[in-house]
Design a protein around this ligand. Structure first.
Ligand code: SF4
Ligand code: SF4
Length: 234
């Protein structure tokens, strides 16, 4: 499967190549399952639960190399995005501290700059430049502290921007009310917490700068923790 445009193509390895729309979040797994396979991932389920797995082209190439050479791959291609937004494709050994990559590229990280592993929309901020490249690290970016928009404790003003942009059609304005007060079961039962595909767009557009996406992840995490605790007492 590749990104691009045009009709499905069959090739000599028997693979069918399908185009994916340009633009975020068209390449998120749940969206591709919907758009390419015409199936919906049920709430709380994964693509794997439907028997669908996604591999990057790099992962497929690495598996091929591993079989051909009888050796496990120890390096990885990652995208490094500097403070100026410039993208660099870098090959790094797994375990390399990101500071070594920044040094090689001439990227200077200053106090209060933010390091994000995993992309600007859904990535996680990490606290140290010693953070290592892992087998599943695809990108690392540095955000200049001057350009960071802080989250706020300003309340939801019910503008509806998050609802309009949500690809899962979740009433995010209602969901967030339950999440920010820790009412996670009701958030799941009444306002579709488990329908969220974790694209991060609601946080991106929130005019009140609420950490909506972080509330969502925390809510799911807390529910899974409670379910695990209940299961261990059964
Ligand atoms: S992260 Fe926000 S916008 Fe994206 S699917 Fe979940 S609730 Fe909707
Ligand atoms: S975008 Fe933010 S302020 Fe607007 S309805 Fe959604 S949560 Fe509320």
């Amino acid at each position: 499967m590749v990104f691009g445009s045009g009709a499905p193509i069959s090739n000599d390895i028997g693979a069918e190549i399908r185009p994916v729309k340009a633009g975020y979040p068209a390449a998120l797994p749940q969206i591709m399952v919907r758009d390419l396979l015409g199936r919906a991932v049920p709430p709380g389920k994964t693509c794997e639960d439907l028997g669908v797995s996604f591999f990057t082209a790099e992962a497929v190439a690495s598996i091929g190399r591993a079989f051909a050479s009888n050796a496990i791959p120890v390096s990885k291609i990652i995208t490094v995005i500097g403070k100026d937004g410039k993208r660099n494709m870098v090959s790094a050994r797994i375990g390399t501290p990101v500071q070594d990559i920044f040094s090689a590229l001439g990227i200077v990280v200053q106090d209060k700059d933010r390091l994000i592993v995993g992309g600007p929309m859904t990535g996680l901020a990490v606290f140290s430049e010693s953070y290592p490249v892992l087998a599943d690290t695809d990108s690392v970016m540095v955000q200049d502290h001057a350009g960071i928009t802080p989250v706020s404790d300003y309340p939801c003003i019910n503008c509806g921007e998050c609802v309009r942009i949500c690809p899962a059609k979740i009433p995010v304005n209602m969901l967030v009310r339950y999440l920010e007060t820790g009412r996670y079961e009701e958030a799941a039962d009444l306002y579709d917490l488990y329908c969220c595909i974790e694209c991060g767009l609601c946080s991106y557009v929130c005019v009140s700068r609420m950490p909506v996406f972080q509330y969502i992840r925390l809510g799911k995490y807390e529910l899974s923790r409670r379910q695990a605790a209940e299961a261990s007492h059964d």
